[in-house]
Design a protein around this ligand. Structure first.
Ligand code: C2E
Ligand code: CA
Ligand code: CA
Ligand code: CA
Length: 275
């Protein structure tokens, strides 16, 4: 495990002192951000291609920083993982998603909400207990998106915790498939119902020779393992048409919608396009 000081040293070499101080400040601010309600969620719909329906949304966290303005997750999730703030952040995300799901249900929209779960949390017994308690006491319909990389350090422990989640009705989705370290041995053992093909293979689907082959064989593999396939990063009609022909089950991407606030999601659901 890389220590914090080592990482800081690396950052200093690469990008100079300002970047390091920046990161330390941001990490310190993050601890307070949750209490100060500076975090908020946006939702991005997934469309089921055959049903032409929105069946679920992914919750994506954003940080409205008092002096820096909008900070995106790639700039603070890694810091949160290192400082352990990821535990509080993710429990907050689960609680907010449960509230928002109730708001949606009151308006007649019954959607599963998927939450990104960092790898470190799959080794954290206290997190697992508290997450399960939130889901069980609310009866919420959630999904957890995890990457295969997060299973590699302690496969037995991580898979056991994923089974605990799956047993209480949380749908497990494998995120960013194909972008990290993939192991068919783990893929077979994970209690996952969805596989999300990384946008790396999707954004250039119709302009590359190889990506369509990779995507098609991934869809076939997932179906053989009885998983539904989500293509993320769908930006064009042409990509959607090709994915549909390939038998992809769901798509997510800017073509359908960018990640949007709850109010905008409600408007989107009510504009009639996917009902
Ligand atoms: P991800 O889970 O792979 O999320 C998808 C990212 O792709 C999102 O970026 C989304 O805005 C973007 N995206 C969606 N559609 C398109 C498209 O058509 N084209 C392109 N080019 N991009 C698209 P975002 O919101 O900046 O999130 C980045 C990453 O931050 C996420 O990647 C996820 O790994 C992480 N993240 C976000 N929220 C959370 C959270 O609550 N907890 C944890 N642990 N990680 C989170
Ligand atoms: Ca995700
Ligand atoms: Ca992803
Ligand atoms: Ca990603």
């Amino acid at each position: 495990v890389e220590s914090r000081t080592e990482r800081v040293a690396v950052a200093r070499d690469v990008s100079g002192d300002t970047a390091v101080i920046d990161q330390i400040e941001l990490a310190r601010d993050l601890t307070l951000a949750i209490e100060r309600e500076e975090l908020f969620l946006q939702y991005q719909p997934k469309v089921h291609l055959r049903r032409q329906q929105i069946t679920s949304v992914e919750a994506l966290v954003r940080w409205n920083h008092p002096t820096r303005g909008l900070v995106l997750p790639n700039d603070f999730i890694p810091l949160a993982e290192e400082s352990r703030d990821i535990v509080a952040l993710t429990l907050w995300t689960i609680r907010r998603s449960i509230q928002d799901q109730k708001t949606l249900a009151d308006k007649g929209h019954d959607l599963r909400i998927f939450i990104n779960i960092a790898g470190v949390l799959l080794a954290d017994k206290r997190f697992v207990r508290r997450a399960c308690a939130l889901v069980e006491s609310s009866g919420a319909r959630l999904g957890f998106e995890i990457t295969e990389t997060s299973v590699i350090r302690d496969p037995e422990g991580a898979i056991a915790n994923l089974k605990v989640f799956a047993d209480i009705g949380i749908v497990i989705a494998i995120d960013d498939y194909g972008a990290g370290l993939s192991s068919l041995a783990y893929l077979k053992q994970l209690p996952a119902r969805e596989l999300k093909i990384d946008k790396l293979f999707v954004t250039q689907l119709t302009s590359s020779n190889r990506d369509p082959l990779i995507v098609r064989s991934t869809i076939d593999l997932a179906h053989a393992l009885e998983m539904e396939v989500v293509a993320e990063g769908v930006e064009t009609q042409a990509a959607m048409a090709l994915l549909s022909v390939m038998g992809c089950d769901m798509i997510q991407g800017f073509l359908i919608s960018r990640p949007i606030n709850l109010d905008a999601l409600i408007h989107f659901l009510e504009d009639g396009k996917y009902q």
